[in-house]
Design a protein around this ligand. Structure first.
Ligand code: BES
Ligand code: ZN
Length: 631
């Protein structure tokens, strides 16, 4: 933080010859006050962890981690208490001092809050630098997904993985769980001998006979990026410093799907500077993984649903790779500033896609995004929280998850595209490249970004821009860049023909197979079919194109939603197995939502039944979302 502020002061001094001095110091003073994190109990501003060493034993029988979290701390304010975040953890004892000279100390655990968990206050001695917390995870630990062997591809071994973002790391590690504190970490992890452990750190490429693995993350990262997975895995190299971990059964399919990974890394580096994490690997998880991808440093976690067989979902990888800059190098200071992570990343993702696959593909992706943004805006406008369509959020007493929607991602990206459009790509790219260089390994607030943008880009180029409107007002400003794709328009026109009762399969789509066109084209097609068409129309489309049996989960998800709205129950068996198999939230929540919104009240009953049979196949974060939808 200090480095960021220093740079920022220098920038202001250098670039503000036209601003009177008092104003400058005012701005600096206000930016000096790093905002507290409303989602953390920790007193990191007084005493903070610099390095964490984890000693862990992973027990699949009890579905428990037995651990010691050894915090090396920096007591800047000479306080006598260090406060950590914990949630649903059993704390056995806390000691002070290095491993050979540990002395037990007192601690106190505060009241439990449904979202934030509990504060763990540890009593310090003068000069204590090392705090060691002995703990166990519990059945209620939300970060960890323990999978029985049936839920894996190989069906021979159990599997486990963690998901830390946004505030779940505290449920598997006692820690100061705020993005405002960056730490390095190391770990020693013991697992059953048949399995291998990998983390968001330096990783083994092969299993060893002892089942003990050691890790090191030398770059300072926020707590939400600490991650662990244990299972039967194989490493396949794809290029010099990149590769993919997966269950052995999936290894070849992964290698095929991700051939362009080295090209993506090169494109990203060419745009915004060197990749600073040495190695970039992917981990393809079992189906329960709740996200398309998660940008754990050095090791992106990914859903197997992106292995579509035709490389049609690789933009997810471009996205997670982009986080190696936006998010992992320059990090949002609180979850109210989440758009700084995701908006920049969606922008950057699209630039990588453009570099590799060309301008038309990138524009198609933007059109698809814009459609999703418009849909979300409509929902937010009439919701309990219409203010949620501002980029800067106010989630202080709510779950950070409430901000994980198209506003942060897509409105955020369109904000940056609109600036790019105004200043020109060349200047904007230079600005972004410097941004990542100067603020690397820093945590910044929206306000610091605004000051930086003014000082570095807008003022020097004498550009007037409605930044405040974009960030603090709901909705989308008038000057938002427009998007349009001829290829998607054509698909929309076929859908209109169907809506009008014309037979497109006799002419326009005659002989066309599903695999002849891209996922995005079919999405545009499905999105433009009216929910007033007869169910038999959808059955006919499935006869020609077999969306319901396609195995392309992005298409299937949209197709099932339309079928619910139309009331076509023919797709129920496929929809049921989709909901049972897939835990990726984005591919199931829309289906549950449409069943809930359906005029046919039997649909909600059906959804509740399916959820009962499927819920144990989902990670906690998906389970919670679906529960909220259905109840
Ligand atoms: N960091 C997010 C996932 C996340 C956000 C997890 C907030 C928990 C809390 C990840 O980078 C992401 O955005 N994933 C998207 C990818 C998509 C936008 C390409 C996903 O999973 O859908
Ligand atoms: Zn993201």
């Amino acid at each position: 933080m200090l480095k960021a502020q220093f740079i920022f002061i220098v920038i202001l001094i250098l670039s503000s010859s036209c601003v009177p001095n008092e104003d400058v110091s005012e701005v600096i003073l206000s930016s000096n006050k790093a905002p507290l994190d409303p989602h953390s109990y920790s007193n990191f501003q007084e005493i903070n962890t610099n390095h964490l060493h984890l000693d862990l034993e992973i027990n699949f029988e009890n579905k428990t981690i037995y651990g010691v979290a050894r915090h090396t701390m920096n007591n800047t304010s000479n306080v006598d208490t260090a406060t950590f975040d914990i949630k649903a953890l059993n704390i056995q004892k806390v000691t002070l001092g290095s491993t050979e000279n540990e002395i037990e100390t007192n601690f106190e655990i505060g009241e439990n809050h449904k979202l934030k968990g509990q504060p763990l206050h540890v009593v310090l001695k003068p000069g204590s630098k090392q705090v060691n917390i002995y703990y166990q995870t519990t059945e209620k630990t939300e970060a960890i997904d323990w999978l029985s062997k049936e839920l894996t591809f190989g069906k021979k071994h159990p599997y486990m993985y963690t998901q830390g973002q946004a505030i779940l790391t505290r449920s598997w590690i006692p820690i100061q769980d705020t993005p405002q504190n960056r730490i390095t970490y190391s770990a020693k992890v013991k697992v059953p001998k048949e399995l291998i452990a990998i983390m968001s750190a330096s990783n083994p490429k092969e299993r060893n006979e002892k089942g003990v693995y050691e890790f090191e993350m030398k770059q300072a990262i926020p707590a939400y990026l600490i991650a662990l997975a244990v299972g039967d895995m194989k490493y396949t190299s794809i290029g010099e410093n990149s590769g993919v971990y997966s269950e052995p059964e999936l290894a070849d399919a992964c290698a095929y799907e991700f051939v362009d990974l080295p090209k993506m890394i090169m494109a990203a580096e060419k745009l915004y500077g060197p990749y600073r994490w040495e190695q970039y690997d992917l981990l393809v998880l079992p189906y329960s993984f709740p996200f398309g991808g998660m940008e754990n440093p050095r090791l992106t976690f990914a859903s197997p649903t992106i292995i579509a067989g035709d490389r049609s979902s690789v933009s997810v990888i471009a996205h997670e790779l982009a986080h190696s800059w936006s998010g992992n190098l320059v990090t949002n200071s609180t979850w109210n500033d989440f758009w700084l992570n995701e908006g920049f990343t969606v922008y950057f993702e699209n630039r990588i896609m453009e570099e590799i696959y060309g301008a038309e593909v990138a524009e198609i992706l933007r059109v698809i995004e814009k459609h999703e943004l418009d849909q979300t805006l409509k929902v937010i406008e009439t919701s309990e929280h219409p203010e949620d369509s501002r980029l800067k959020l106010e989630l202080d007493s709510r779950s950070p998850d409430d901000g994980m929607n198209e506003i942060a991602y897509i409105k955020g990206a369109f904000f940056l595209r609109t600036i790019e459009n105004k200043v020109g790509r060349k200047k904007f790219d230079k600005f972004l490249r410097d941004y990542f260089d100067k603020l690397a390994f820093e945590t910044i607030s929206t306000e610091t970004f605004i000051d930086y943008l003014n000082a570095e880009l807008l003022e020097p180029n004498k550009i007037d821009f409605n930044t405040e409107e974009w960030i603090y007002q709901p909705g989308i400003p008038e000057n938002c860049v427009k998007v349009n794709s001829a290829r998607l328009n054509k698909m929309a026109s076929y859908a209109s023909m169907i809506n009008n009762g014309e037979d497109v399969f006799a002419k326009e789509l005659k002989g066309v197979k599903r695999t002849d066109l891209t996922t995005q084209e079919w999405q545009a097609f499905i999105r433009n079919i009216a929910d007033t068409v007869a169910p038999s129309k959808l059955q006919l489309i499935d006869e020609y194109l077999d969306f319901k049996g396609s195995g392309n989960r992005a298409i299937m998800s949209e197709w099932f939603q339309l079928n619910v709205k139309v009331g076509n129950k023919e797709v129920r068996p496929e929809m049921r197995s989709h909901l049972n198999l897939i835990g990726r939230r984005w591919l199931i929540e829309g289906i549950y939502q449409s069943l809930k919104d359906s005029r046919d009240t039997e649909d909600l009953e059906w959804a509740k039944n399916v959820f009962e049979e499927a819920r144990n196949n989902y990670h906690h974060v998906s389970k919670i979302t679906i529960e909220e939808i259905l109840h």
